[in-house]
Structure formats: C-alpha cells, structure tokens
Design a protein around this ligand. Structure first.
Ligand code: UD1
Length: 353
C-alpha cells in the first residue's frame, strides 16, 4: 500500500507523527509532502526533529498569503506531485488550507482521499477551518472520525458508508510524549518562573488576533492575573499586536517563542491552568488533566467541556482571571479520544479498503 500524506501546518505535523510510525510498522510505502504553509523552524522543522518524523519527501514552499492565494498555489504545486507518485491513498489531516487544497487536488485526479479528523463541526461559518472541514469531508472517499460525535455528524450528513470511527491520533502522541517528558520542566518555562506556578496561554485565531479591541481586552485581562502567565506567541499574534501597537509583555504576562511539542506537553502538565483559542491545546489540556479556558464561542471538541475541565469564554475577557484558576467540580470520565491506539486503527482502515 502506498500512502501519500500532505501536511503543512503545525498541528498536522503532530498528527503525522503517530500515523507515520504506524504506517512504518505496517510496512507501507509512505510519501510525505509538506506544502510549506508553516515555514519558520519553530513552527515546522522542530516537530519533524523532536517527533522522529522522516524529513518530507517533497517540499512545495508555498508560504503565507490570503486564503485564496495560499490554497490556489498549493493546488498548482500539488498536481504534478500527485501524478508522479500515484498513491493508493492521499491522506489529508485536520482543517487547514493545506487540508482542503490536498483533498481537492486529489479528487480532481481521481485519487482516493482519506480525511483524518473527519466529522468535526464548530457550526461557525465565519471560521476558515469550518469551510475546510465540511468541504474536505464531502470530497473524501474515506472519513476517519476521531470521536463518536464526529461520526454522528458524518452520519447526519449522509456520509455513513464512507465513515469509520478510529479514535484520535493526537491522543496517541500526547500520551506517549507525556510519559517521555514526565518529571521535567522546559528550560523556557524554568527561565521565567523557576519551579513556581504559572498559567500557560496561546492565542492565534483571527477572531481574537485580528480585532484590535478584542486583542487589547484579552491581553489586558492576561496581564492582570495574579500568577505569571506564559504566553507562547504564534507569529500571527506577534505581527497583529505589533501592528496594533499592543505590548504583549507587561503585568503578569511573559512571552515565550512557539514551543516544540515535547516542551508544550511538559508546559501543559506543569501549568495551573491553560487559556487558549487552539483546538489541539484544549484537547491536550483535557488529556493531561489541566483546566482550560477557551476564548471562543464554540468548540469542535465538546467532550472537553465535561466536568468543567474546559470552559468557553466568548464574551468579556475581564472575567478571565477568576474563571481560569477554578478547580473543575468533577472528574473526567471515560476516554472520549481513545486510549492511544488510533493510528493503528487508521492504518487498518486504509488497508482494508
Ligand atoms: C493555521 C490554520 C489553523 C491552525 C493554525 C495552527 C488555516 C486556515 N489555518 O493558522 O487552522 O490552527 O495554522 O498554527 O489553515 N506565519 C509565520 N511563520 C510561519 C507561519 C505563519 O510568520 O511559519 C505568519 C504569517 O504572517 C502568516 C500568519 O502567520 O500570514 C498566519 O499563518 P497561516 O498559515 O495563514 O495561518 P495560521 O494562523 O497559522
């Protein structure tokens, strides 16, 4: 079996790691194409190095741009690569512009497409990721749902015969790396707070970064915390804050560069609480047992809301300080994201079809 994975953005490298490992173990021929959507070393290369992913076979070097420009360039560049490799499956991951571009390029060449992390919905049509998810699901031949809820969404949309629930590959990698970094504290965290308490924060969604009033409010609320807030700053946040004349550092907030994956997992384990607008981080916080506050109106991962482990804060960020440091009232129950074996189920689903 020959599988061609197309990845390009940070969360996709994380998902690729366990899938690449499982494909290797099954003796499959695996070609990795990197679109270049993320290109800073801290947003890309470190994930390949730290997670022992073989270097991409093809790098398209597409880079940043408007959604149409970026997606269109990927389409142009992908055509000859897909034709040359002619795989049994084109495997696409998650909900980024890389995902939709690869799915579209493949269906137009009549190559079978499998969508990993299918069926998630935010029901928010303002999010670029929501367009990417829905369109990719309906274009794909095999839909690999990470959760029962994702599977139910696909059934409701008439996609049952193409769908299979496999579990969440992010749980595979998160739980494995948790065990590897147990008992450690990243140097970047130690340099800021020593062995002390801290809140970990990230912010990169356009809804938070591109609205100056909202960004100012959120940064102000973080700066007013009583415990240090370590803000791992995505390049979009840094550039939008600079453009708006907003100082990220100040009060409780100290910035960190984007963290490598093992450092992120260790930083999450050690944090008193997490404040984020990232989908992946909400789920990792849940898996690792750190209370999370999500600065969004909705989540694609509603399983994290159980027991109060994740709370959505769409409104006034002035409430953030009290909310973030709550203790969840109930324990987490069950394993909504699986127990760390989803990548084997993905390989099984690809092989058996
Ligand atoms: C993308 C995904 C988002 C995902 C996020 C993870 C889409 C529509 N969005 O958002 O779903 O949660 O990745 O990080 O695909 N930049 C750099 N260096 C880089 C990459 C980006 O400086 O290596 C800057 C550029 O100014 C760029 C901006 O960040 O314009 C945004 O990057 P882009 O890839 O368009 O989207 P993300 O916000 O990263």
């Amino acid at each position: 079996m020959k599988v061609l994975s197309v990845v390009g953005a940070r969360p996709q490298f994380v998902k690729l790691a366990p899938v690449s490992r499982a494909l290797r173990a099954a003796g499959a021929d695996h070609v990795v194409v990197h679109t270049g959507q993320h290109y800073d070393a801290r947003m890309s290369d470190v994930f390949f190095d730290d997670l022992a992913i073989p270097a991409p076979d093809v790098h398209l070097g597409v880079g940043s741009g408007s959604h149409g420009f970026q997606t269109g360039r990927m389409l142009v560049e992908l055509d000859p690569v897909l034709e040359q490799h002619n795989p049994d499956w084109v495997l696409v991951y998650g909900d980024t512009n890389t995902t939709i571009a690869a799915a579209l390029a493949a269906v137009k060449l009549h190559l079978p497409v499998a969508h990993l992390e299918a069926g998630l919905r935010s029901w928010n049509r303002q999010m670029p990721e929501e367009h990417n998810r829905v369109l990719t699901d309906h274009a794909s031949d095999l839909l690999l749902a990470p959760t029962a809820l994702g599977m139910a969404n696909l059934v409701r949309e008439g996609l049952a015969d193409r769908s299979v629930e496999v579990g969440d590959v992010m749980a595979d990698i998160c739980l494995r790396v948790r065990d590897l970094v147990a008992g450690t504290r990243p140097a970047a965290v130690r340099a800021q707070v020593g062995d002390g308490d801290y809140v970990l924060a990230t912010l990169h969604r356009p809804a938070n970064t591109d609205d100056q009033g909202r960004l100012r409010g959120v940064i102000g609320a973080l700066q007013a915390f009583e415990v240090p807030v370590l803000l791992a700053a995505h390049p979009r946040l840094v550039s939008r804050a600079q453009g708006a004349g907003i100082e990220l550092e100040g009060g409780a907030v100290r910035t960190l560069p984007p963290l490598a994956y093992p450092d992120m997992v260790a930083a999450l384990v050690g944090a008193a609480a997490v404040v984020t607008d990232s989908g992946g981080l909400q789920k990792e916080a849940f898996l690792l047992g750190t209370p999370c506050t999500t600065l969004r109106t909705e989540t694609e991962w509603p399983e994290t809301l159980q027991g109060g482990w994740n709370v959505l804060l769409p409104g006034e960020p002035s409430e953030l300080g009290d909310l973030a440091l709550r203790r969840p009232p109930a324990e987490r129950i069950g394993h909504p994201y699986g127990e760390g074996h989803a990548s084997e189920a993905v390989v099984q689903a690809l092989t058996s079809r």
